[in-house]
Ligand binder design. Structure first.
Ligand SMILES: [Zn+2]
Length: 552
């Protein structure tokens, strides 16, 4: 009897195993559930249009739809009272028309075929549900609902766009599973997340065009971006580490009256830049690698915002500027890559003209920078060695800094590679702090030190620069703290801090630490340089600088 029982047990084990292996992986076909939540909306249309019925039929049976409504309320995208009124006085004929043209089976098969193609590109770690809904909210997005990734798609979208929307949102879910993004998302996070989602239609269908990837932008807007890519990059680079609704409205959000793009820009240019970065990075990395990477690191590695990458040139071209300021440091203003060409007033208020060559680095010079051999113990003249010293704000001799430097100098052959590694590390591990930025601009706060920045993991351009300079000085590379003014393509001017690294036989090399770029565009104008912020002796409210580009 016992033997028979044992045999039965063994047979059951085997058949269970057999079933598992012969059953095709569920992920190959459908992944997760398809929820047809618009059926609830149809029930609501067929009942008396009251808020109670809306809750009863549209919200309560569908946690995902309920969650979307809650999110809209939290973000102030709907006002509860006004929304209730809107629901009660809904245009029945508009929604009847949408419902008349739908076919449940079609939605299911659209989802199955999209998922199948997506899963070949990158296999999901967890099941992903989809919820087709109808409500006065017309939107599509990915929401975690009861611990499951759920895609919500309003069926108010054009039927022919829905497969593209599924692929886009599904890609967001996959990205999220490989690299959960911390809230609040920085602009870099937005760009990479939307870039992956927007490029996905091309990954699953090689015949798809850029317009299909960027279906959320009108065609002329995409064409504008293609023509003005450099302008978008030059505008966006300074905002990459920032987060918050203002930044989203500038480059990510759509909707007239809500989106607030820079003057002359169409909406959603962040989607386009993200799409381009992913397109380029896929030539070097696998999709899996891209989806698992930190956004800042990916952007820094892409070199997309690095003007030197675009503008190495055979002959040096200069840009000319007229500077008017109450306070500047003439010696710093007159140091490479800048040169004073005319002095109109050499005391406060100063008025001078300079030329700047930084974006137009000859390839030869760039190559000699890149191939300079790293030597931690190089001897520098006194006026350069000064910039190896530890200061109150840049504690380059601290053991914590040494510890990081040691890990970065492993296997380093070229000085430039160390600089790049330090730029990547600092720009990706420190988050931008808008509150501190406001205090520093108002002269209320000095900058936080390198060690404080290392501990708090947040700061402004000055804090990024402090930490970076602590690392380079510890590694034996002299570095200066620079305060300057940035002329943004939209006409605004802002104060900014960056660093300059000294490379023997070559000279000072400016680097943009906040965004991890190894070059500063020629519209970044240096006004002060010193061992640290204090050594620059430049309280921002005293500077009162205004800079104008001039023709020469
Ligand atoms: Zn998206």
């Amino acid at each position: 009897m016992f033997v028979i029982l044992l045999l039965i047990l063994i047979v059951c084990e085997f058949s269970a195993l057999g079933k598992q292996s012969s059953n095709p992986d569920k992920n190959d076909t459908r992944n997760g559930e398809v929820i047809l939540a618009y059926e609830g909306f149809e029930k609501f249309l067929n009942s008396e249009h009251t808020w109670e019925n809306y809750q009863k039929y549209v919200l309560n049976p569908y946690p995902a739809v309920n969650k979307l409504h809650e999110k809209y309320e939290e973000c102030n995208l709907i006002n509860k009272q006004r929304f209730t009124e809107q629901v009660i006085s809904i245009s029945e004929s508009k929604y009847r028309k949408i419902l008349e043209n739908i076919d449940d089976q079609k939605f299911c098969s659209m989802y199955d075929s999209a998922v199948q193609r997506c899963n070949i590109a990158l296999s999901p770690k967890k099941e992903i549900d989809v919820c087709f809904f109808l409500s006065p909210i017309k939107d599509c997005q990915m929401l975690p609902v009861n611990g499951r990734n759920t895609i919500l798609i309003s069926i108010e979208y054009k039927l022919e766009d829905i497969p593209l929307i599924i692929v886009h949102e599904y890609a967001h879910c996959l990205h999220y599973q490989y690299k959960p993004l911390e809230e609040p998302k920085s602009l870099s996070d937005w760009i990479i997340d939307e870039g992956i989602a927007s490029y996905f239609p091309r990954i699953v269908n090689e015949n798809a065009s850029i317009y299909e990837g960027l279906w959320m932008m009108p065609k002329p807007a995409v064409d504008w971006c293609v023509k003005n890519e450099r302008l978008i990059l030059d505008t966006i680079w300074h905002d990459l580490n920032k987060s918050g609704l203002d930044i989203e409205k500038k480059y990510i959000c759509g909707g007239s009256g809500f989106a607030n793009p820079p003057e002359g820009f169409p909406e959603k240019t962040g989607y386009y830049i993200g799409y381009r970065i992913i397109e380029e990075q896929l030539k070097e990395k696998s999709l899996r690698e891209i989806c698992s990477m930190d956004s800042d690191e990916l952007i820094a590695e892409s070199q997309f915002f690095n003007p030197a990458n675009f503008q190495t040139t055979d002959s040096i071209k200069y840009s000319y500027y007229r500077i008017k300021a109450d306070k500047i440091d003439l010696k710093s203003v007159n140091s490479f890559p800048q040169k004073i060409v005319r002095i109109i007033s050499k005391q406060s208020p100063y008025e001078i003209e300079i030329r700047n060559q930084s974006t137009n680095l000859p390839a030869e010079r760039f190559n000699s920078i890149k191939t300079h051999r790293y030597n931690k113990y190089a001897n520098y003249p006194k006026d350069i060695a000064l910039y190896l010293e530890s200061t109150e704000l840049i504690e380059s001799e601290s053991p914590e800094i040494s510890h990081i430097t040691d890990s970065l100098t492993n296997d380093i052959v070229y000085t430039y590679d160390f600089i790049k590694a330090a730029l990547n590390l600092v720009s990706s591990s420190v988050k931008y702090d808008s509150d501190l930025a406001r205090e520093i601009s108002a002269g209320k706060h000095c900058t936080q030190s390198a060690l404080e920045t290392l501990h708090f993991k947040k700061g402004t351009c000055s804090e990024y620069t402090n930490l970076f300079l602590a690392l380079t000085r510890n590694a034996g590379i002299p570095g200066r703290f620079v305060i300057g003014r940035i002329l943004l393509p939209d006409g605004n001017q802002i104060y900014h801090a960056w660093a300059e690294c000294y490379i023997e036989d070559i000279g000072w090399m400016p680097v943009e630490v906040q965004n991890g770029n190894s070059w500063i565009p020629d519209w970044g104008i240096k006004l002060f340089a010193g061992k640290d912020f204090k050594d620059c002796n430049a309280a921002l409210p005293d500077i009162q600088a205004n800079i104008e580009k001039i023709d020469k």
